[in-house]
Structures are given as C-alpha cells and as structure tokens.
Design a protein around this ligand. Structure first.
Ligand code: FAD
Length: 367
C-alpha cells in the first residue's frame, strides 16, 4: 500500500513508526530542511508514555527525560493552592515525563528504518478521490497514493486542501517558551497563576527547566506584547519561578495560542491526525499524547481492516470522543482561569486535586 505522510513533527514521525511496526513502508515529506525545531520543552502525562511504549520507544524517551511526580499550582505570590501526586494518579498507565522537544523528535525520527523521508519538500496540490490521491509536490514531482495522512500541524496544508472552510481560532492567550538553567531547584510541574497570566516551569533534566509564560490579550494586541520584557509583564509576581525570568533568552519562542475544532477528519483517501485535526490550547498538555495515540490507532485500523474506508471510519469513531473530551477540558480550564482571582483561587484550594483527576481520568483508559 502506498501511504504518504505530510509533516515530520511528533504526529508524522509517530505515524511512520506505527506503520513500520505494522509492516508498512510509508513515505514522509517535511517542509523544513533537515534541522531540529529547537528550544522548547514537552510535558508528557502518563497516557503519552503509554502510547510511546506501544511504539517501543518509552525506554529511550525515559532516558532523555525528567520524571515528573507532582503538579503544584500557586497564586502569584507563591502561596500553594493545590498539589496533585501525579505519580500516584498515573501509576497504572505510565510515568509523567518532561524533555526538550528536540530530544523527542530525535528519538521518534531515529527509530525509523523503512520510511522514505524527504526534507525541504512540501505539497502544492492534492486531489482526493474514492480510492486514491494524486499529489503534487513543491519540487514539481507528482505521485499517486492509496492514502495521504496530513500530520502537518495547526496550519495544515492538507486540511486547507480538503476542508478549506476550517480555520484555526485564537483562544485568547499569547505565550513565551524557553529552556534555562534550573537555578531555583524547581521540582515537578509548578505553576503560578496571576490575573490573566500564568507562569509555569517543569524540569527537563537534572540541570535544566522549561519555562512557559502566558497572558490573556486581545488578538490584535499580540504584537504589542511580543517584545515586552517578561520581568515587567510579571513584575507583580513573587515566588519560586520569578528568578527564572531573569534569564529570558534570545531564542525564546513567542506565539498566539489557537485551536482547531472540526467534525470530520477525512475526505476520500486523505485524513488528518495530530494538530492538523484537533489542535488545542496547551492546558491539558495533551498535544503529543493525542498525536501519538492517533498514530497508533490509525496504523492499527489500517492493518486490521481490508478496506481503507472502513479503516478511516474506525479511526474516527475511536479517536473523536477522546479528543473531544480533551478539547472541552482545555476550554473549561482556560475559562476557569478568567474567573475573578479570589473565586478561582478558592476553587483551586478546595477542589484543585479533584478537578485534575476529573479531567484526566478518562485518559487512563487504554486506546
Ligand atoms: C504553547 C504550547 C505549549 C505546548 N506544550 C505542550 C506540552 O507540554 N505537551 C504536549 O504534549 N503538547 C504541548 N503542546 C502541543 C504540541 O506542541 C502539539 O500538539 C504537537 O506538537 C502536535 O504535533 P504535530 O506533529 O501534529 O504538529 P507539529 O509539531 O506542528 O508538526 C507539524 C510538522 O509538519 C510540517 N509541515 C507543515 N506544513 C507542511 C507541508 N505543507 N508540507 C510538509 N510539511 C509540513 C511542519 O514543519 C512540522 O514539522 C503545546 C502547544 C503549544 C502551542
């Protein structure tokens, strides 16, 4: 079977690995040149670890990652609101891990043996038909595939070509991300919440910590805050994460947070996975977990159904309720952060642990 994967991110490489494990040899195109995406961290809740285990990659990821045993939320003065024992919660599923994004990419990509990967190549045309897809590439070559899998992220070209009406929408926050030295000895997933702002730090190794800061702003104001100093934007915060802002680096990533919500993920023989199908705000940190689960379920469906139409239907039927749950939880969590500060802090103090468990319990179930 000729399968093309468009996009060499977490979803695309996980898809290629899952297909290889099922005996297929897909092709993959990635529009970036052969270089790492650089400079950010990834927090992986236990279900992502379980999905990596399915791909036979959990041990390698564990070696490159920090183990995260707790999740703590504080107010902007550093007073504890709630703490969850994540190690205990995910015990029967998988460990929570955190690592630099580059490291995760390198492991996924390095595991591929039979995937023909071309970097610096995009697609410029796709004609999805009943039983095949004609694809035109940016290097002017063309080819026909039994299946095209769009794993090309939130601004997916495949999605634009097969579902032109679907657009990402802004969720109301912009964010900054960087990795720095863990000078303040942060342990576990640690967040501080202020009015319309969040500071979060997660160790990604013994020495380094991944810092994420976000702020609620109107969409047309994002350029205004892009170059502002984080120390001034978070000047009224005090507590364990604040010293980390002193080291804001040149390679800090800035972006606006968007989501993609759509009712169908395939048309003819072209299908979407990962952020291309269902990007969410990072409130649940489930982007990689959902992408790797998608890949596993899709490969399994292709291997078990004789008929590709039935496989695509099985993939959608299995994945949509779970993804829908995650997307709704992200929206609910983002909304809670906009409550008046005293009410939000009281809710977190009284119910923080319960709310965490309520959000993640459905994800303990295997896919
Ligand atoms: C601020 C922020 C923080 C986050 N934190 C976390 C976290 O801690 N944990 C977590 O699990 N998730 C997190 N996420 C979500 C996570 O980053 C995504 O869900 C995940 O990267 C999705 O992977 P993907 O492969 O679908 O898309 P991407 O990672 O976007 O990969 C898509 C790839 O496709 C390529 N591409 C695009 N267009 C084309 C084309 N036309 N032709 C060929 N190639 C193309 C791109 O170059 C890219 O390499 C976060 C997201 C944001 C915005």
């Amino acid at each position: 079977m000729r399968i093309l994967i468009v996009g060499g991110g977490i979803a695309g490489f996980a898809m290629a690995r899952a297909l290889e494990l099922k005996g297929f040899a897909p092709e993959l195109v990635e529009r970036r040149l052969d270089e790492s995406p650089g400079g950010m961290g990834f927090y992986l809740p236990g279900n992502a670890g379980r999905a990596l285990a399915r791909l036979g990659l959990l041990d390698s990821v564990r070696e490159a990652a920090a183990l995260i045993k707790t999740q703590r939320i504080m107010d902007q003065r550093g007073r504890l609101l709630t703490v969850t024992d994540t190690e205990d919660f995910w015990r029967d599923c998988g460990s929570c891990l955190s690592l630099p994004r580059d490291a995760l990419h390198t492991i996924l990509r390095g595991a591929l043996e039979r995937t023909n990967t071309r970097f610096g190549v995009s697609i410029t045309g796709i004609t999805p038909a009943t039983d095949a897809c004609e694809v035109v590439f940016s290097d002017h070559t063309t080819a026909t595939y039994d299946l095209v899998i769009g794993a090309d992220g939130i601004d997916s070209t495949v999605r634009r070509m097969i579902f032109p009406a679907i657009q990402p929408s802004y969720v109301g926050n912009v964010c900054w991300r960087f990795i720095t030295q863990n000078t303040t000895g942060i342990e576990g997933w640690t967040a501080m919440l202020g009015k319309g702002r969040t500071l979060l730090a997660i160790p990604v190794s013994d020495e380094q910590v991944y810092v994420y800061a976000d702020m609620a702003v109107a969409e047309d104001e994002s350029e205004r805050v892009r170059h502002a100093s984080l120390q001034s934007l978070f000047g009224d915060f005090a507590g364990p994460l604040v010293p980390l802002l002193a080291d804001t680096r040149q390679d800090t990533h800035f972006g606006s947070i968007q989501q993609v919500v759509m009712p169908h993920w395939y048309r003819g023989r072209a299908v979407l996975i990962g952020d291309a199908a269902h990007a969410s705000s990072p409130s649940m940190a489930e982007g990689a977990g959902m992408a790797i689960e998608d890949a596993w379920v899709m490969a399994d469906a292709i291997a078990t159904h004789q008929d590709l139409d039935a496989a695509l239907q099985a993939y959608s039927t299995k994945r949509q309720p779970r993804v829908d749950w995650v997307q709704k939880q992200c929206v609910a969590r983002d909304k809670m952060r906009t409550l008046p500060v005293p009410a939000r802090n009281l809710i977190l103090k009284l119910l923080g642990d319960k709310l965490y468990k309520r959000s993640y319990t459905p994800l303990l179930a295997s896919v």
